[in-house]
Design a protein around this ligand. Structure first.
Ligand code: NAI
Length: 319
């Protein structure tokens, strides 16, 4: 195909690529010419243990298909692990163009049971892990004149879901990290975006519970059909496009799964201006105006938001 997008000469690091979504991303990048570093510690869904097998088996799959890949088994949940992973990439291929922060674990609990054994490992892998890998990658990309980073957030964090207070905190942090790095990356030609995926992986099966828990056969059949449609490889084209140099986006979040793709964004309502006499009762009486979604705007960054706030203040009280 003449206008096919490819990654010839590019090097991509994908964390947690020994299975699930990361494996699908690795296979797509490799099939389009990227040299791929397949990172995976090979632990359980809760983040226990390690196994070099999953990362190596994805590398074997890629090489069997004629692609080029290297396995890496560092845990990205530490500073040393993050640095070790990026060193693997530069030692193997001498450069780094794309980083996909995808590794993840799950330790759900009701908030009243959410102790530090649930919280810390989840923050370590999703949030600190993204930080620990991105910092050394950033320095390589800066020196090279640019790069692309795709983070993995989640609807459970951005929108809320019961039992996910640790995970939601981590994934909300990944959202903030994405936004800030996008702004900082402008002057280095580093673009940073994120996805909130849906895919039938071990993680989704665990979050959804056993299908047998659904008693209505029609509802069960519908749920099984939807899960069957959530092939992880239907998420990877969005990750690959966000990682491609033709993609102009930065600081954006895409919700993707089962072949559908949409953008999530944080918007600002037109709101209400009470001026210097704004009172508690004004807030009560104008609650609907404050919340009215008509003519909302989407601030690009905090400078943009400040301009809207200052313009509204300058307009003065609207009665
Ligand atoms: P998965 O459990 O199949 O894959 C996650 C991979 O990360 C595993 O292979 C695991 O060994 C690896 N990993 C965990 N800790 C690691 C560490 N410290 N160092 C290196 N590798 C590590 O799960 P899935 O679904 O593929 O998840 C991928 C990402 O997508 C995660 O960040 C997850 O939170 C996110 N996500 C997935 C959703 C879904 O519907 N499957 C929904 C929303 C977000």
């Amino acid at each position: 195909m003449p206008d096919e997008l490819n990654f010839d000469g590019k090097v991509a690091v994908i964390t947690g690529a020994g299975g699930g979504l990361g494996r699908a991303h690795a296979l797509l990048f490799a099939s389009r010419g990227a040299k791929v570093v397949v990172n995976d510690v090979g632990g359980s869904l809760a983040g226990e243990g390690s196994d070099a097998g999953p990362a190596q088996s994805v590398v074997d799959e890629i090489t069997a298909l004629g692609g080029e890949a290297t396995a890496d088994t560092h845990s990205i949940a530490t500073v040393e692990g993050g640095r070790g992973l990026i060193d693997t990439a530069t030692a193997a291929y001498g450069r780094l163009d794309i980083l996909v922060n995808n590794a993840g674990i799950l330790r759900n609990a009701a908030f009243e049971d959410m102790d530090e054994q649930h919280l810390e490992p989840v923050l370590d892998v999703h949030l600190r892990g993204a930080f620990f890998v991105t910092r050394p990658a950033w320095n390589v990309m800066r020196a090279q004149g640019g790069g692309r980073i795709v983070n993995t957030t989640s609807g459970a964090g951005l929108l809320g879901a019961p039992g996910f207070s640790n995970y939601g905190s981590a994934k909300g942090g990944v959202y903030g990290l994405t936004r800030v790095l996008a702004v900082e990356g402008v002057k280095y030609n580093i673009k940073v975006n994120a996805i909130a995926p849906f895919a039938a992986t071990r993680m989704l099966s665990d979050s959804m519970g056993e299908p047998t828990e659904v008693s209505d056969p029609a509802a069960l059949a519908q749920m099984q059909a939807i899960v069957a449609a959530l092939d992880p490889s239907l998420v990877s084209p969005v990750v690959a496009y966000l990682a491609h140099e033709d993609c102009p986006a930065t600081g954006e979040i895409y919700t993707v799964g089962g072949g559908q793709v949409s953008r999530f964004f944080l918007a600002r309502t037109q709101g209400y201006v009470g001026g210097h006499t704004l009172s508690l009762e004004d807030v009560r009486d104008h609650w609907d105006d404050i919340r009215d979604e008509k003519d909302y705007t989407v601030p690009a960054d905090t400078g943009d938001e400040s301009q809207s706030v200052f313009a509204a203040i300058a307009r003065g009280r609207v009665t």
